[in-house]
Design a protein. Sequence first.
Length: 128
Amino acid sequence: MDEEIYKENILDRYKHPRRKSVPEKHDIHEGGVNATCGDNLIVFLSFDENGDVSAAHWDGEGCAISQASADMLMDKIIGKSMQSIGEISEEEIKEMLGITIGPSREKCAYLPINTLRRWLGEPGFGPV
């Protein structure tokens, strides 16, 4: 796929997110803010009896990159363990988005995964 198709996908996810909602029931929630530009989100997760993510939702406001990244990441983590979620790299986020992410937009793109990492208690992940 060329970058134009990915850009269209990002705009579609921004305008018509699939996983943006506040569920009535969830097991955990964690918020994150990109202080540089004001993007914010809350991630809501539910787990099955094996400890794998059974439902993933988010709510928040921000630029197309941060909001599309949140929506795509929620799709990606369903069925995964928290350990495997913690292993998702920045490179995987870039691949998921499919566009070149400049240094000024990296915090936007990584806000959702960094929010989950903070919940996991990974060192070095305080407020973004």
